[in-house]
Design a protein. Structure first.
Length: 79
């Protein structure tokens, strides 16, 4: 699936927690409200850390998928 213009993709493959969440937090700061941040991760702990981060920060987890060892999260910036 090709990203749309409103999506920003972070390739976080090979990066271990908590770095994916910290990088997502930094990336969200620079995006306008309503933008989608796509995280591509390989660390299995992201399935716990990313939803927890989204809940804590008030953003919306629009999708969470797994394709083999790749975990893909779509976060919609809410504020």
């Amino acid at each position: 699936m090709a990203p749309s213009n409103s999506e920003t993709v972070l390739d976080l493959r090979g990066i271990r927690c908590p770095q994916p969440v910290l990088r997502a937090k930094k990336a969200l700061r620079g995006l306008p409200v309503g933008s989608v941040l796509v995280l591509e991760c390989t660390d299995p702990l992201t399935v716990i850390d990313v939803p927890h981060f989204v809940t804590q920060t008030g953003h919306r987890l629009a999708a969470q998928e797994r394709d083999g060892e790749l975990y893909v999260f779509r976060i919609v910036k809410q504020h």
